[in-house]
Every structure is written in C-alpha cells, then in structure tokens.
Design a protein around this ligand. Structure first.
Ligand SMILES: *[C@@H]1O[C@H](CO)[C@@H](O)[C@H](O)[C@H]1NC(C)=O
Ligand SMILES: *[C@@H]1O[C@H](CO)[C@@H](O)[C@H](O)[C@H]1NC(C)=O
Ligand SMILES: *[C@@H]1O[C@H](CO)[C@@H](O)[C@H](O)[C@H]1NC(C)=O
Ligand SMILES: *[C@@H]1O[C@H](CO)[C@@H](O)[C@H](O)[C@H]1NC(C)=O
Length: 231
C-alpha cells in the first residue's frame, strides 16, 4: 500500500515536472526585433514575420530607426530546408546560402535545458510583473551558449547569445500572434533561380552569424588593429 502511494505520488510529480520542463514552440508571430551587441557597436531594429509551423523567418532591419550604428539587413530564412537569402531590395539583388546553424531567437531548441522561472518586475503587484521560463543550451556550429526567456504562453521575450568574441541580446517587441503579410515569407521573384553559394571553409551561416560578422566588421573599422584591444 505504502509503495503504491509512493509510486503514485512519484508518477504525478514526474508528470507535472515533465509538463513544465518541455521546451514549447512559439506561435506564428509578427513584431519588432531589436538586436544589440554587448560591445554596443551593432544595433538593429526591424520588423519580422515568423511562421512557426513552416519554420520560416523574415527579418528586415530599419536603417532609419534612431539607434546609433543601425544596420541594414534583409533576411529570409527557411530553417526546414536550411536555406538563407540575403536580400537587397534596392538593387534587387539576392544571395542564397546554406544554413550551418538553424538556431534563432524565436524558437527554443528541442534540446534546450530548463534553467529557472523568474518574475521580472513584481510578482505581487497585479500587472507589474512578467513571469518567464529561462532555457539555456549550447550553440551548435560555433563555440558559445544561449539563454532564452519565454513567457508562460510560450512567447519569446529575450534571447542572449554568448560567443568567444562577442555577445548579443535579441529582444522581441510589439508581438502579434499572426502573420500579417504572408508575402514576406515568399522568395522574391528576383531571387528565383539563384545558385546556392559555396560556404567558405570555416564560415558558419546562421541568423546569429549575420550579426557576428557585422559586429566584427564594425569593430575593425572603429578600432584599428594596431591599437591594443579594449579590455
Ligand atoms: C501559421 O502560418 C502558416 C502560413 O501562413 C499557416 O499555414 C498556419 O496555419 C499558421 N499556423 C497557425 C497555428 O495559425
Ligand atoms: C523606420 O524608422 C523610422 C524612424 O523611427 C520610421 O519613421 C519608419 O516608419 C520606420 N520604417 C519602417 C518600415 O518601419
Ligand atoms: C549616438 O549618436 C548621438 C547623435 O549622433 C551621439 O550624440 C551619441 O554620442 C551617440 N552615442 C553613442 C553611444 O555612440
Ligand atoms: C547591390 O548593392 C550592394 C550594396 O548595397 C552590393 O554589395 C551588391 O554588390 C549590389 N549587387 C548588385 C547585383 O548590384
């Protein structure tokens, strides 16, 4: 009898724990994403459209947004197929690349580890707090790790990526749970028939790496290599 009760309690505990600690998948979303490197040199703010079932993401940064060092990027990513398009609508040009890493800030990887549940702001004052689950894990194609905070309804709020050279904070703002313009997830006609570019040895293409490469480029411009690096 005692054993049966213990077994029952144990089963219930593990069941409820498992429910809590299973990475969830976000909904279809449209919103704004802001990106900041911890060195503070690369910032981007832009609109995104995300199809969570089809695993497609479009991100277009707004160069005129009043943040210093705003950068212009237009990316269309197909995570299922492992394809990335870098789009330049102004001169109607397009580069098609293979994705080496499909991690991105809007979806918790299936192998992420549950870390904790925390409340930003206040947990006792109505409407003044936000409870999030924190998920952590390692990056796959480059050395580094990530930490994602996600609301109880599975809405990603912030994602931090830590690599050997730099770190980034992605914030998810003004979210709506729908795809407002499905055409944004369709490959533009001027990209049709583009050959897949070769990936140079040692290059990793991913959503995160688009920002890492810009951060490195900006860093080289701002800090000439003959000067000692800032500590
Ligand atoms: C998400 O968007 C896709 C593409 O528009 C659609 O096929 C799918 O049904 C949507 N999923 C949900 C849960 O609304
Ligand atoms: C870009 O940012 C500027 C300045 O904040 C704003 O006026 C403009 O509407 C934005 N454009 C888009 C496409 O969001
Ligand atoms: C951002 O730009 C403003 C106006 O150009 C300038 O005054 C300010 O120093 C800049 N801040 C940083 C951190 O570069
Ligand atoms: C389009 O413009 C970008 C820079 O704005 C440039 O790097 C690229 O080579 C141009 N492509 C074509 C086909 O003109």
């Amino acid at each position: 009898m005692f054993a049966a009760v213990v077994l029952f309690v144990f089963t219930c505990l593990t069941a409820s724990r498992a429910d809590h600690h299973q990475p969830c998948h976000s909904h279809n979303m449209s919103g704004l994403m802001s990106v900041t490197s911890f060195r503070g040199e690369v910032r981007a703010v832009g609109a995104y459209t995300y199809d969570s079932m089809g695993r497609k993401l479009r991100f277009r940064s707004n160069e005129s947004h009043p943040t210093n060092s705003s950068i212009g990027l237009d990316l269309l990513m197909f995570f299922e197929e492992g394809i990335l398009y870098e789009i330049d609508s102004k001169n109607q040009s397009c580069e098609k690349k293979k994705l080496q890493m499909t991690l991105h800030p809007l979806d918790i990887p299936d192998d992420a580890k549950y870390s904790s549940t925390v409340t930003s702001g206040s947990s006792s004052i109505e409407g003044e707090g936000m409870k999030v689950n924190v998920w952590v894990g390692k990056l796959t194609s480059i050395k580094g790790s990530y930490s994602m905070s996600v609301t109880m309804g599975c809405l990603p709020v912030t994602t931090m990526y830590f690599t050997e050279t730099t770190s980034f904070l992605f914030s998810n703002l003004d979210v709506e749970l729908e795809i407002k313009d499905p055409d944004l997830l369709v490959v533009p006609s001027f990209c049709h028939g583009k050959p897949l570019e070769d990936t140079p040895e040692g290059t990793v293409n991913s959503f995160l790496n688009e920002f890492i490469s810009l951060d490195t480029a900006v860093h080289r411009i701002l800090i000439p290599s003959h000067l000692p690096p800032p500590c």
